[in-house]
Design a protein around this ligand. Structure first.
Ligand SMILES: [Zn+2]
Length: 410
């Protein structure tokens, strides 16, 4: 093929595809379609005849099976947008060939240095070719590395017809970074049984868990009164709201928890004397943990309200998303086959839990069970983002091995 995984990454990162949380359209920015069109063209050249972009910028394509076996249909998924956190305009990629250790100084901004003390994973990269930016933008390897890896794996399968595989589906989404990547995906049309997002980090690390997430709102109606004549009458909703926030347990906060610990996190307060509105997010890896934290928050609020007998409170819980492990555990072959593929490329698999949600968790509950595979990227969403070509190739090899394992075990 004309392109390898590095060529592809370099081609994709120079196309600005930053998404925009302030836009309610999907895609949130039309420029995401610039990359989508290029990917469709490339898939057509590879012979994936049904490759197309839908009106929301999502790209779908099918690599037909070349085996007689009845293999489950597997989808590989990456997102085309880059994070709003840092600019993705005018990306100038910088390739450090045959890295020999030490800090990497970015050529476009002398204050930007990828220091080995802050990026200890660089120690595993001696002799590798490392892609960075010039320091003035993010790189967008999140998730263009995933796209380059899927494309390269597909090209590998197309040019090596002796590798037996079932039907492979490709899905490239928009607006993942603003939490809407799965919103307009048509799973019926996609027609896959199981999926894998290529959107992780360090090679060997696979994510089969995400947070379970709820939102809570507390609406308080106080007792308003002219401040000159309010003795014994006024119940100021600002003070009620403040009391609730002040009593939140310090050890159940994002800033004091890690690993598999959950939290209660206030994310918004608006208040006046007569009414207050509080918003929280609740996170845990198990549903019982979520329920406990909600019960705790409710009892804190009720306790506070006993000091304000004329005021009322409404406490509302809304489901946001659920730990995808609940779905993945019903189909153990998804992870079993992945673990086998990871070992076959010479890596020791490490499963980890994402303290957040992913497109994969949304897709899992929409009906496409979908763990997350490493791309090799590091320091996402920042100008210090970096990835090595050799790690990207490991991800490509993992995809190829994975489709082989599915076919062998069918
Ligand atoms: Zn991503």
């Amino acid at each position: 093929m004309p392109y390898n995984v590095l060529d592809r990454l370099l081609n994709y990162v120079v196309i600005d595809t930053q998404s925009d949380p302030a836009s309610s359209a999907q895609p949130s920015t039309e420029k995401q379609k610039d990359l989508a069109r290029i990917l469709v063209e490339e898939l057509l050249v590879l012979g994936l005849e049904d490759a197309h972009m839908d009106e929301h910028g999502n790209v779908y394509a099918t690599l037909p099976a070349n085996t007689q076996k009845n293999v489950p249909v597997i989808c590989f998924c990456s997102h085309m947008d880059t994070a709003p956190d840092f600019t993705g305009t005018n990306v100038k990629p910088n390739v450090v060939r045959n890295y020999q250790g030490g800090d990497i100084r970015l050529p476009g901004d002398s204050s930007r240095i990828i220091r080995i003390s802050e990026h200890p994973d660089l120690a595993d990269q001696i002799g590798h070719d490392i892609v960075t930016t010039d320091g003035t933008t993010l790189l967008g390897a999140d998730d263009k590395a995933g796209i380059a890896e899927i494309m390269t794996a597909i090209a590998t399968l197309v040019t090596n017809p002796d590798i037996s595989h079932g039907v492979i589906k490709i899905l490239f989404t928009t607006d993942e970074e603003i939490g809407r990547g799965a919103d307009k995906v048509d799973l019926q049309k996609l027609g896959a049984d199981f999926g894998y997002t290529m959107d992780g980090g360090r090679i060997g690390e696979i994510d089969d868990e995400t947070f379970s997430a709820d939102g809570v709102t507390i609406d308080i109606t106080g007792v308003a009164q002219h401040p000159g004549t309010s003795k014994g009458v006024m119940e100021n909703a600002i003070k009620i709201a403040s009391d609730i926030v002040a009593r939140l347990p310090g050890d159940l906060a994002p800033e004091t928890t890690e690993g598999r610990e959950g939290f209660i996190h206030p994310v918004g307060v608006s208040a006046s004397m007569d009414a207050a509105h509080l918003e929280f997010i609740i996170r845990d890896f198990v549903d019982e943990g979520l329920a406990e934290k909600e019960t705790l928050l409710r009892s804190i609020a009720e306790e506070v309200m006993t000091g304000y007998p004329g005021s009322t409170m409404r406490f509302t819980v809304s489901e946001q998303y659920r730990n995808m492990k609940q779905v993945l555990d019903r189909h153990p072959e998804i992870m079993d086959n992945l673990l086998e593929a990871v070992r076959r490329v010479g890596l020791e698999p490490v499963t980890s839990s994402i303290r957040g949600g992913t497109d994969g968790s949304r897709l899992s509950f929409m009906g496409l069970p979908c763990p997350n595979i490493y791309t090799g990227g590091h320091s996402y969403h920042s100008p210090l983002e970096w990835i090595s070509v050799q790690d990207m190739q490991k991800s490509v090899d993992t995809i190829v091995e994975l489709v082989k394992v599915w076919e062998e075990r069918a």
